[in-house]
Structures are given as structure tokens and as C-alpha cells.
Design a binder for this molecule. Structure first.
Ligand code: TEU
Ligand code: CA
Length: 560
């Protein structure tokens, strides 16, 4: 029996994440916007992506860059108008690109009319849309994800409200049916505008434990992450989604591979989820090597748990919340920058699932070297900086903080997209809201379009390759050297079709010995990240039992 290539359009798709504030500014105010995205549809089409996920573009006071929403059914004027949004959807569709939006329904802004009403008194119909303590006392000492207590006192009510993130992001009360219905109405309204789905923010936090629960010592956020009973609300939510032909991707920190099918199986809450197991292995200290064995174990667990027919994976190495992958999983020194960026791309783009590319990742944009405290914008970075300052000598402290932020801050991935080498990187005609990485002089779209061996062109090749073979869409997954500390060797197989992916994930040469099952087949080389240094390296045209790999060397073979 021949298996079908895929059942659903999104299983055969490549996604691209756009952080609108930093993608392209169309009107010269230094802030990226919807019309800027419209200008770049051609670029996205050329890259070969099938759908885009937009980070929040709703009305927001921007305490957490749009993740604090004050009106779900309005566009933030800094991004444009509802008309611009309609145009964007239309033009994207005309170019064969679907559009999904970010759905932030664990919390709103404290400026949302519901919350303003809720604070007016216990009798107000919106009071119960949020979560309150009974008295002035905080019910527990739980710590919020952005730092400090999860409780914030409202003097006029002599009560505290609950927030998982910043205090300006009060959590919605999912136990309240009216609240849920208001959210579901809003969801339908957006879907009726013709969007193609949602990425659902922080959705594993909507259920909280009873207040007396103690946080796990190793995991301060356990009392409000993937708490038992959450399924009841997720089922209701997914019933709304199922009224439409859309794609849904839940952001699901704290969900394990063992629970994967419950969340994304055929009867699951979402079509895919962003799991956190592999991404949390990023290397904060560059002098230490990446945990290659751990990375393979984490990715492999999800590959197996959600094998085609059981469920479906979302594949990603970057987003707007984590530093740049080439800096934390790869190697951003001049010698290995391009090669390691291509190695990472190959490693994750050929797994089973729908790959997501975060803007700039396709250029190998690395972390930023921040040179002044005021270059940092992110609410979590600011909280950390506040906590770190105030101690010791300010000048040395500042240098240490800048060094730390340049490696861990979420702002590393939020610097403007680098379109060309001009002053503002072709992102804007004005000074951008966030500092442009000075390396845009050499790392930019215009330059990489010209160079045949660029990271950008390598991504294009990989995307084409992925789409050219059934085995890369729905083929099963097998990891051959799970305990090898340097190299990831996995096979995708479907009936007689096979693809073998070999990636050295370290800056050292590596020797591997392949098992007999892999050998004896007629492998031929499909792709390598060392095309340009063919003379200096041993780009092996076929697979042998013993192979020596150069740092970050990557080889992809096919056998039919
Ligand atoms: O991020 C949520 C997020 O990172 C948590 O769900 C995660 O559980 C935590 O880091 C693990 O301890 C989303 C957005 O992507 C982010 O940009 C927002 O700031 C956040 O939600 C709040 O809306
Ligand atoms: Ca603008």
C-alpha cells in the first residue's frame, strides 16, 4: 500500500515567523508594519514558504510588545489599519501564502476594557473575567515567569489579581463561562476575516493549581503550567477551531512527549504544538559545547511520539523569545558561522513535521552585541537589569550586564531584519525603534541573494528538497548514533525511499562508524554545506562505514 503524501496542506508546508515590529517599516517611523510585510511577499514567495505566523498586531500598550492586548479586534495603529490587514491577507493569498495570527488568550493587558471594568468592583460583570484573591493577603508565594510575585494588589478592592507574566498582563479566568464565550466570539470573528489559523500563545498556562499547592523546587512555574484538568478548556477551544478549515499551533511549554498525542493527536487540541524540550538546551555559555546527545534525545522523542498518523510536529530552532540559533546552538565565529548555520538548518528542516523559520534565521543572523543598557527593550530584560543593577559598582556592573544580555536576552532576536547594507539595513528610512546589528553591512538579504553559496540560498535549496520527496514529508524517523556526542545521524524512510542526514554539531572534527543496516545501499549525495570548500574537505559522494567529518560538516544522502 502506498501511503499518501500528506492529508493536510499544513503537513506539506514550510512556515515563516514574522515579528512585525522588526520586519519592514513602510512609512518611515522606524517601526515595522503591515504594509512593510506586504512589500516583502515576493521575498517570502521566492524563499518558498507556504504560510506566515505574525506575532501580535492588535491594539496594545506594548508592555510586552503586543502580548498585552487592550483590544482584540483592532490593529495597533503603529502597525497600520484593519484595511491594511485585509489587504495583506488578500495579497498573501494571491501569492499562495496563508496567514496565521497570534492568539493571546491566557491574559489581556491591564488596559483592556474588561480589566478596567473588573477593577470597578466585585459586582461588575467583568470582575470574574480575571482571577482574584479573597482577601488583601497573597494566597501563596508563587513566582511569575517575568519575575516577582504572581499577585498584584489593587488598593481600591483590597484584593490581588493573578498574573503569570508581567503585572500589566492579568490572567483571564478560564473557569468563567462568559469569559470563555467572549474569547470564542472573538476567535470566530477573526476567522471570519479570512485568516488561516492561529499560533496560540502560552496556552499551557490557562489552568492554575489550587492556591495551597507548592511550586516544585526545580520548577517555580509548575503550579500554573500544564496543570491537570486543563484539557476541559482546551477541548472547548478546539471545538471552536474545528468549525473552520484552519491550522492551529499551540505554544505548549511543560508538555512532554508522553502527552504529545493528547495535545496533537488525531483527536488532539491543536494540529501542532511548539514543545520546549529541545529548545531549552541552548548553550548560554559559549565556551561550553552544546549537549548534542540531549538535543537528539529531545528531538527524537517527539519524532517518535508524533510519527505520521499519530500526530504532527512543529519544527523550530528560533523564535522571538530565544537568542539566535547560530549563536547558541551553532558557532558565530567568522570561521564557522555560515557552515554551522547551514548545519542547524539541515538538522531540523529535514525532520518530520512542519518547519518554522524565524525572520533572519535564513540569513544566519547572530546575536547582537549590545553596547548600552538603553538598547534593550524587552520587559524581561529590563526586569533582569533592574535586579542586577543596584548592586556593586555601576560601571563594571554595566559591562557585565551588557555581556549577559548579548547572550541571553530576547532582544537578540528582535533587532531589525537586515535587508541590505545601507544605514538602517533597508529596514527603515528612519532610526529604527531597536538598534540594528552593525553586522548588517555584511549579513543581509541583498548580499546573500548574490552569493550562490549563501545561507539564504542554502535554505531555499533545503525547502525545495523537502518538498521534492515524499519521504521527507511523511517518512518515519530513526536515529542511528544516539550516544555520539558530536554527530547527529538520522534516517527518514518510507517504503523503499530513504534519506540519510549526517550533521556534525561541534567545532571539532568527528569520526563516526555507521551501523551495518545503513551500509550496503546505493547512497548518493544530495546536499552538503561544504560545496564551496570541496577541495579542502572530504565531501564524500557516498556513505562508508567509517567517516571523518569536518567541524559542522553536513551531508545528506538519498537512496531509492
Ligand atoms: O511566551 C510564553 C513563554 O515563554 C512561556 O509560555 C514559557 O512557558 C516560559 O518561558 C517557560 O518558563 C509567550 C510569547 O511567546 C512571549 O513573547 C510573551 O512574552 C509571553 O507569551 C506572554 O504573552
Ligand atoms: Ca512604520
Amino acid at each position: 500500500m502506498t501511503e499518501k503524501r500528506t492529508d493536510k496542506w499544513w503537513q506539506d508546508a514550510v512556515a515563516y515567523q514574522i515579528y512585525p515590529k522588526s520586519f519592514k517599516d513602510s512609512n518611515g517611523d522606524g517601526i515595522g508594519d503591515l504594509n512593510g510585510i506586504r512589500e516583502k511577499i515576493g521575498y517570502l514567495k521566492d524563499l518558498g514558504v507556504d504560510f506566515v505566523w505574525l506575532n501580535p498586531v492588535y491594539q496594545s500598550p506594548n508592555v510586552d510588545n503586543g502580548y498585552d492586548i487592550s483590544d482584540y479586534q483592532a490593529i495597533n495603529p503603529e502597525f497600520g489599519t484593519m484595511d491594511d490587514m485585509t489587504q495583506l491577507i488578500e495579497e498573501a493569498h494571491a501569492n499562495g501564502i496563508k496567514v496565521i495570527m497570534d492568539l493571546v488568550i491566557n491574559h489581556t493587558s491591564d488596559q483592556h476594557p474588561w480589566f478596567l471594568e473588573a477593577c470597578k468592583g466585585e459586582d461588575n460583570p467583568y470582575h470574574d473575567y480575571y482571577i482574584w484573591s479573597d482577601t488583601a493577603e497573597k494566597p501563596n508565594d508563587w513566582q511569575s515567569i517575568f519575575g516577582g510575585s504572581v499577585w498584584e494588589y489593587v488598593p481600591s478592592l483590597k484584593k490581588n489579581y493573578f498574573h503569570v507574566f508581567a503585572k500589566e498582563q492579568p490572567d483571564l479566568n478560564w473557569e468563567n463561562k462568559q469569559m470563555r464565550e467572549s474569547i470564542f466570539r472573538m476567535i470566530r470573528w477573526w476567522l471570519d476575516q479570512g485568516i488561516d489559523g492561529f499560533r496560540i500563545d502560552a496556552i499551557s498556562h490557562i489552568k492554575k493549581s489550587s492556591w495551597e499547592t507548592k511550586a516544585r523546587p526545580d520548577w517555580p512555574h509548575s503550579p500554573f503550567t500544564n496543570v491537570k484538568g486543563i484539557g476541559k478548556y482546551l477541548k472547548e477551544l478546539s471545538a471552536v477551531f474545528k468549525e473552520y478549515d484552519i491550522v492551529t499551533v499551540g505554544e505548549a511549554s511543560g508538555v512532554t512527549a508522553e502527552e504529545a498525542t493528547e495535545w496533537v493527536g488525531n483527536d488532539g487540541y491543536f494540529n501542532m504544538i511548539f514543545e520546549f524540550e529541545h529548545i531549552s538546551l541552548w548553550q548560554r555559555d559559549k565556551s561550553e559545547a552544546v549537549d548534542v546527545v540531549g538535543l537528539k534525545r529531545a528531538l527524537g522523542r517527539w519524532q517518535k511520539a508524533l510519527d505520521y498518523g499519530e500526530g504532527w510536529n512543529a519544527l523550530y530552532m528560533e523564535n522571538h523569545d530565544v537568542p539566535r540559533s547560530v549563536s547558541v546552538f551553532g558557532n558565530d565565529t567568522p570561521q564557522y558561522w555560515a557552515r554551522s548555520a547551514k548545519a542547524l538548518a539541515t538538522m531540523y528542516l529535514l525532520l518530520q513535521g512542519t518547519p518554522f523559520i524565524y525572520q533572519g534565521q535564513e540569513l544566519g543572523m547572530p546575536n547582537m552585541t549590545f553596547t548600552a543598557i538603553d538598547q534593550l527593550d524587552d520587559v524581561t530584560a529590563k526586569n533582569q537589569i533592574k535586579a542586577l543593577l543596584g548592586e556593586k559598582d555601576q560601571a563594571t556592573k554595566t559591562l557585565e550586564i551588557l555581556e549577559l544580555m548579548s547572550s541571553i536576552s530576547r532582544d537578540n532576536s528582535r533587532t531589525p531584519m537586515q535587508w541590505d547594507k545601507s544605514d538602517n539595513a533597508g529596514f527603515s528610512t528612519a532610526k529604527p525603534w531597536m538598534a540594528v546589528n552593525p553586522n548588517h553591512k555584511t549579513i543581509n538579504v541583498a548580499q546573500q541573494k548574490k552569493e550562490s553559496s549563501s545561507i539564504l540560498n542554502y535554505y531555499k535549496q533545503l525547502i525545495k528538497l523537502r518538498k521534492s520527496k515524499d519521504v521527507l514529508a511523511v517518512g518515519h524517523y530513526e536515529d542511528y548514533l544516539p550516544t555520539d556526542e558530536q554527530v547527529y545521524v538520522y534516517e527518514r524512510f518510507l517504503e523503499h525511499e530513504r534519506v540519510l542526514v549526517i550533521v556534525n554539531l561541534t567545532k571539532e572534527q568527528a569520526e563516526i562508524r555507521l551501523p551495518q543496516t545503513v551500509l550496503g545501499k546505493n547512497w548518493s549525495l544530495l546536499l552538503t554545506n561544504m560545496e564551496e570548500d570541496k577541495e579542502t574537505s572530504a565531501v564524500t559522494e557516498t556513505v562508508t562505514e567509517k567517516m571523518t567529518l569536518e567541524p559542522y560538516q553536513t551531508l545528506v544522502y538519498a537512496h531509492n
